[in-house]
Design a protein. Sequence first.
Length: 201
Amino acid sequence: MYKAVGSRGSRVSRVLWMLEELAQPYEFVEVKLRSPEAYALNPSGKVPVLIDGELTVTDSAAICVYLGDKHAEKGMGANPGVVGRAEMDSWMHFAQSELEAPLWNKLRHRFLLPKEIRVDVGPAAAYDFASELGALDRRLGERPFALGERFTAVDVLLGDIGSWARAGRFPIDSEHINAYFDRMLARPARARAQANGGSAR
């Protein structure tokens, strides 16, 4: 059985969602960010962490890719071959490095950084996020899912980011992207993940 380690409201939500989509048994272990328990699993003290027997995997995107690869028969991983892997990696890096980055920056300056070094990054974060939403709109085009006709780990990541953006009241002016987020977030597996510890935002 997998162990999904994280704190409520953290990126563990996407790990639990992925496990639910794959119909894999797991235990949610609640651990706070930068706690002694977190440092014991990850040198940065960050969560989520996935424990699979003797293997420990950190970073939510890496965990979702690993699970998609391990359970390839479920159809949530990359398309076959080096081209498929490059396509998956391109999407995952865009999701975390570009689309999610403004959300994370605002969160850090609101709650996580020491008070004496926080600044108001709200307008800049909103501007950057709007720009990356445009990129997402163009990347998706008319495809129902990021990789085409099937729901994959990429859509888990993007859907979770959409949920975070909505909770943070970031404007999403594109009807196309809002419809995409609506479809992703309405999936029954996500509701099960939320009920099992992935909720709070």
